[in-house]
Design a protein around this ligand. Sequence first.
Ligand code: 5CA
Ligand code: ZN
Length: 418
Amino acid sequence: MRSWPASARSQLPGRGFPLRVFDTATGSVRPLEAGPTVRMYVCGITPYDATHLGHAFTYLTYDLLTRVLLDAGHEVHYVQNITDVDDPLFERAKRDGLDWREIARSQTDLFRADMTALRILPPAAYVGAVESIPLVIELIEKLRGREATYRVDRDIYFPIEAAPRFGKISHLSFDAMVERAAGNGGDPDRPGKKNPLDPLLWRAERPGEPAWPSPFGPGRPGWHIECAAIALTYLGASIDVQGGGSDLTFPHHECGIAHAEVATGVQPFARTCVHTAMVGLDGHKMSKSRGNLEFVSRLLARGVPPAAIRIALLDHHHTVGWEWTPSAVDVARERLARWRAAASHTRGPDARPLLDQVRRRLADDLDAPGAVAAVDRWASAALAAGGDVPDAPALARAIIDSLLGVDIEPVVAGGRSV
Ligand code: 5CA
Ligand code: ZN
């Protein structure tokens, strides 16, 4: 699939610091310890009701992570999927009298447009589930060769007992895993399964559902095996970062990682698991199923500048859940205006300490609120005392652009408006 365009990044003097980031599996902030090329897989959208602010917050996390790594001299090989065939899509298609493929197509287009507006750095490979079905079949064959598949009626399952490390990402009790599986597309109560937690690899064709031919009969892939197949194919048997929202820790990432490790024999598949905390609205996780959503496109249509949406998201740390409130837009707009005013002068307070502070804050577990506070301090000093360092505002603009992804180029007469 087509990805979306990357916005240009300003060049900065010197180099950023090595990244330390919270790893779900160990429950601690650790150095990323990656080689020159960082391989990162992030779970993409199921394309309906895109792009809500929870999605945007999650993709901003990996955008910031990428910016920090690029600034520290790494290359980043970033892959993201689109779950463009799944039950919720069929349900939505039925409700709205539309073709599920059309919903997936138009919602993926909307997502790309929203990501572009928010200046979220794109994956190098943006890969759909439907186009990956041959990869899924190949991976199931590999698991079958390792005796890590079994049938229940015509469907194929993965026995978690084949994966000795199962549970090492999420650290949940058996009962908690059963509960989370039931609420996230699993079927723990299905008779005939060896373990209630065993995930589905291949769902045999059902009347009224799309199906693709395979050596194990016509059907479609299970959810976790899709991401495992795409990540293994595009990034290899071991990756540096597995990303996605914290709602995916179990069962999705636990199962996908188990599939990959059993198929290749390489452990760990994901050296670091980075999970973004949930954005809520009206007291609950913002979710398509509940319908408590605020959309990027709706805010844009109301005239909110994309830079203000981005700043509103940057005000939160990726490991701490938070509630969206409409007033966040006003706060972000004021902040954007202050930053712009401060950076529009020809002279200002020295911005080299700001570069150091923003780099330090972001390298310390992507502390975006800390980085925003540092910019606020510089802007306040610039607006209060002026400062007399030539080019300091230009450096401040470059820092804010390159590391925080916010474009605050001063408005010129006849040029862009905010
Ligand atoms: N297609 C699957 C992943 S393979 C999926 O979870 N799709 S999604 O559309 O439901 O979510 C897309 C991404 O946004 C996922 O990484 C998910 O964890 C994240 N996400 C969903 N809701 C929220 C929320 N309220 N706050 C933060 N992130 C969220
Ligand atoms: Zn996924």
